[in-house]
Design a protein around this ligand. Structure first.
Ligand code: CUK
Ligand code: CUA
Length: 659
């Protein structure tokens, strides 16, 4: 025990001395600076039973009040359908971004508003979809590096993709793929964000039309969709997007090529068996049916070539989307397969773009493919074909190396020192291994550390760009088991911060995630994101990122009646809403616009109108609109929901609806 305390003290002294060296130097740089350390620090460490490792982890992650984190971490919120933003290394949650599910605090999709219309764009056959399952956030990139402008995220359950503008951290657009019902290899961007890539997960007939499962091979298909992104508009342009038809192999994760492999993309698949279930009809469960073959197919596609094929008009338009059919994709050299070991999950391109790392859930190895070898095999036309006529390259021609890491390898990230990191789901561990360039023997396992527990994705600082930082890695663990205070049978997930800056890897912090579950996350340097403090001018419409035609200035508030159509132009400022009386008649249709005329940072006003299911958040400068029918006569109160001032409770008004 004495020895432990001694080590703790030495550690604290060393850290204080170090920070003094790195600081202004005013306080000197000798261990004497340790005199500044509170005398009770040792007592605290002792009393709380902290080990030297605990103390060093605490010092590495603690942020004093007012200090900011080094990185933003954008996590998918899984089946809560949103995105969660945290800071690294503190792991403090900064924001939830409502995406596929309505959210009252942000006034997102609650009441008939512009954000409701964003959600409506993702409806399926007229069914209002207000659930989501977000998996893979993708930051926009310029030359293969995060540029901090936009974030994309998929909804696996309904094959949708959303666009989030990082100037105001708000969802701007949801697009629905008209031909598939679920996606997964999504979202991943091409190196200049020309396209947002989306791969199908569970095959259906295109347009999810009816076909019995007995016709699976004939009628069911997957797609690789390339959503065209217009950076100036900040929108996906469906008319300029297209899909490549692929066999019903259940495409899994995808990644876009970069640098050496720019112009290409890669997707795993895991049901080349084309199993169709039927466990009540004497057939094996899907889990068994899908795992029969030793090899599945890595899908290798040339999206630049596909773009030319689309321009040449060699597509079929299916439900409004241009689709390159399989025979055309084959003929034009757009699509190739390479065998990959049993039921792979992650496909990750190395920072130089020269290699593709594939991890198989049922194989203890990661398999490294060489892009150069793939190109040579394609040029040599050395292939067989699958049942759909797609060229299958020879495994030994394209495989460069394999590294045995452990059980259940899933996802891989990279650092700046030539190492790769792979999550091991079944081992509940993180493996660090060495990349070996073109030398297959140079690929080696370096180190493994346990995580708590059932690790899925990992996210290293800028770890999937052309220039990873090699600083931090977050393990997105599915299970927390014993890590946190018990909260009933539904436990949080555990996001563990791991130090990968050099030397042995170390777990620094356990972050309970009370919603979720996060699948993938991306971590970007904080200074790359330049969010607005307030909207650029008073009367701003975040839906168009332009001045709103409903902007209302102080003193110009009004209520306009035209028959039974009533339009309200309201302002909000601390601590009143003007007008504060809205007199309606039963049966009126009301359009209501509120402009928050504040220009002070953080001076947001909320708005709820009792009995109408409306919730708004009106940030400084913003103009928000909503509509409703005054279907019942009565007296209702509206008020500001943000405690914005001492007289916030008085920031209210009445709606009277005359019979
Ligand atoms: S998936 Cu969840 S752990 Cu959707 Cu990327 Cu692998
Ligand atoms: Cu505005 Cu409370």
């Amino acid at each position: 025990m004495k020895r432990t305390l001694f080590v703790v003290v030495s550690l604290l002294l060393a850290v204080v001395a170090l920070s003094a060296c790195g600081g202004s130097g005013q306080k000197g740089s000798t261990p004497a600076a340790a005199a500044g350390l509170p005398a009770d620090a040792l007592a605290i460490a002792t009393q709380r039973g902290l080990t030297p490792d605990d103390v060093s982890a605490a010092l590495k992650t603690y942020l004093p009040s007012g200090k900011h984190d080094d990185y933003y971490l954008f996590m998918s919120g899984g089946h809560s359908g949103n995105v969660i933003v945290a800071g690294v290394p503190s792991m403090r949650i900064l924001k939830n971004i409502a995406v596929f599910t309505p959210e009252s605090w942000q006034g997102y999709g609650v009441g008939e508003t512009d954000t409701e219309r964003i959600l409506d764009a993702g409806n399926v056959d007229g069914v209002k979809i207000r659930t989501g399952d977000t998996h893979h956030p993708a930051l926009s990139e310029t030359n293969g590096d995060y540029d901090g402008q936009f974030l994309f995220i998929n909804d696996k359950a309904n094959a949708r993709v959303a666009v989030i503008d990082l100037r105001d951290f708000e969802t701007k657009q949801i697009v629905k793929d008209p031909n598939i019902i679920s996606n997964h290899g999504s979202t991943f961007v091409t190196p200049n964000t020309d396209y947002v890539v989306q791969g199908t997960q569970y095959a259906t007939p295109l347009g999810w039309a009816y076909a019995p499962l007995s016709e699976y091979k004939e009628k069911y298909r997957g797609l690789i969709t390339l959503w065209k992104f217009d950076r100036t508009k900040g929108r996906i342009i469906p008319e300029e997007s297209f899909s490549i038809e692929v066999p019903p192999y259940w495409q899994d994760l995808c990644d876009a090529g970069k640098l050496a492999s720019d112009g290409w993309g890669f997707c795993n698949s895991f049901n080349t068996e084309m199993a169709v279930g039927g466990n009540m009809q004497g057939q094996p469960n899907f889990e068994a049916g899908v795992s029969q073959r030793d090899m599945d197919y890595l899908h290798i596609f040339n999206w630049k070539k596909a773009e030319e094929v689309v321009k040449a008009g060699k597509t079929e338009t299916i439900n409004g989307m241009k689709v390159i059919r399989i025979p055309t994709a084959v003929e034009e050299g757009v699509l190739f397969f390479a065998p990959e070991p049993k039921s792979p999950h992650g496909a990750d391109v190395t920072p130089d773009g020269k290699y593709i790392v594939v991890a198989g859930k049922l194989d203890p190895h990661v398999t490294i493919y060489s892009f150069d070898k793939i190109q040579k095999a394609i040029a040599a036309k050395n292939w067989t074909t699958d049942e759909f006529g797609v060229p299958v390259l020879n495994y030994d021609d394209v495989k460069l190396a394999q590294v045995e890491l452990g059980l259940g390898p899933l996802h891989t990230q990279f650092d700046d020192k030539g190492f790769a990191y792979t999550s091991l789901f079944l081992d509940s561990a993180l493996a660090k291994w060495k990349l070996g360039g073109d030398d297959p023997n140079a690929y080696q396992l370096v180190e493994k550390i346990p995580v708590q527990y059932n690790i899925g994705h990992i996210s290293a600082a800028e770890g999937d760009t052309v220039s990873p930082d090699g600083n931090y890695l977050v393990a997105l663990n599915k299970w927390a088991v014993d890590r946190f205070l018990p909260v009933g049978p539904l436990l949080p997930q555990n996001e563990q911060l791991i130090d990968i800056s050099g030397g042995p890897m170390k777990v620094l912090y356990d972050m309970p995630m009370g919603v979720g579950e996060p699948h993938y996350a991306q971590m970007i340097k904080a200074d790359k994101i330049k969010p607005w403090d307030i909207y650029p001018q008073v009367g701003w419409d975040p839906a168009t990122q332009a001045p709103s035609k409903y902007a209302t200035k102080l003193g110009e508030e009004k209520i306009v009646r035209d028959g039974s159509n009533v339009e309200v132009f309201m302002t909000s400022v601390r601590s009143h809403l003007t007008p504060d009386r809205v007199e309606l008649k039963k049966g009126d249709h009301v359009k209501w616009h509120i402009t928050n005329v504040e220009t002070a940072k953080d001076a947001t006003h909320g708005f709820q109108l009792g009995g109408q299911g409306v919730s708004l958040s009106i940030e400084p400068g913003e103009t928000v609109s909503f509509e409703f029918d005054a279907a019942h006569d009565g007296t209702y109160a509206f008020y500001c929901t943000e405690f914005c001032s001492a007289l916030h409770l008085e920031m209210m008004g009445y709606v009277t609806v005359e019979p």
